[in-house]
Write a protein that binds this ligand. Structure first.
Ligand code: 1GP
Length: 241
């Protein structure tokens, strides 16, 4: 078992809250990394995710190299595409978009990425990625050409998560989409968590400490915050260790 995953399991067994800050290479300039990371290091953040839906080639690697100079936290790729894979990171979410029915995002890109992954020592984290409708069209929906699952279709969401776990996925990620109008409802998080044995990641549209703790209290093991910190770095002050 790889060490990032084992550390996640160990933290969960100690009831620790895990927070990943998502940095989009298309939005974060390398020069801004030192100041951003110094705030991040003083916060309760446990993981750094790096990725975006549309990132030009080379940007991710340069950003990861800079981030690694400023933190000891694990840096995990959250790739929108194969070109974002770099061995300069510590791990990669190997995401299969199981809410959708586009074979490219279920298995196609994964097959293509193997020749690249084989040359790295990245911890690969097989993740069932479930996009849930949040009130506006997200870039995941646009790029993957898939429909999110409706918020009301709670049984479908639960069954999709269980199917992911039965297929052997080690993490399930409930995604409202970057900049989502509504974060995933507590009721959905609670029911999915109850049905799963693997850790649950929740992200999309979380803009306050209250929303983050609502997700934790409902059963999220790891919460992801991107846009809110990108737009307002003072938000780090609320995320105390
Ligand atoms: C998006 O879940 C992440 O993939 C984070 O979303 O940018 O809305 O925080 P936000």
């Amino acid at each position: 078992m790889n060490s990032i995953y084992q550390d996640i399991l160990d933290s969960i067994s100690k009831s620790e809250h895990l927070l990943a800050v998502l940095i989009d290479p298309d939005k974060m300039h390398v020069e801004k990394v030192p100041a951003f990371m110094s705030k991040l290091n003083r916060s309760m953040t446990t993981h750094v995710f790096v990725g975006g839906s549309e990132v030009p080639e080379g940007l991710t690697e340069a950003l990861v190299v800079e981030i690694k100079k400023h933190t000891k936290l694990p840096v995990i790729l959250f790739p929108g595409d194969i070109i974002q894979i770099t061995d300069k990171a510590d791990g990669v979410l190997f995401l299969s978009l199981i809410s959708g029915r586009n074979p490219e995002y279920l298995i196609g890109k994964h097959v293509e990425s193997v020749s690249k992954l084989k040359t790295t020592k990245l911890d690969v984290l097989p993740t069932g990625y479930i996009l849930i409708e949040n009130g506006k069209k997200t870039s995941v929906e646009r790029i993957s050409q898939t429909k999110p699952i409706k918020r009301e279709a709670v049984d479908t969401i639960i069954n999709t998560a269980i199917a992911g776990e039965l297929l052997g996925m080690k993490l399930i990620y409930l995604e409202a989409g970057s900049g989502a109008t509504h974060p995933i409802k507590g009721e959905i998080i609670q029911k999915v968590k109850k049905a799963l044995n693997v850790p649950l990641i929740v992200g999309g549209g979380i803009r306050s400490e209250v929303e983050m703790y609502s997700a934790f209290d409902a059963g999220a093991d790891l919460v992801v915050i991107g846009t809110a910190l990108e737009n307002n770095e003072d938000f780090f002050n609320e995320l105390n260790k």
